[in-house]
Unconditional design. Structure first.
Length: 80
């Protein structure tokens, strides 16, 4: 990682930032309701973690997409 962004570094020169998003699901939810809830919670969570926007989170037809805001951001692992 060639980025010198201090948000992704610590004292041990490890660069990276684990992120997680927890969201509730009820039996009556459809895919679009869950996707909208994920986007709402993710955007709210990002305000508490960083002072700048670090991810773009969007939904379309019940699908959620995550993308970085600069070319140095890589998502190495995603688990649902």
């Amino acid at each position: 990682m060639n980025s010198q962004d201090s948000f992704y570094a610590n004292n041990f020169v490890y660069k990276g930032k684990p992120l997680f998003i927890e969201f509730p699901i009820s039996a009556s939810d459809d895919a679009e309701a869950v996707a909208n809830r994920i986007v709402k919670i993710a955007n709210k969570y990002m305000l508490f973690v960083a002072q700048d926007k670090i991810l773009e989170v969007a939904t379309s037809e019940g699908k959620v997409s995550f993308s970085g805001v600069n070319g140095y951001q890589l998502i190495k692992k995603a688990v649902l």
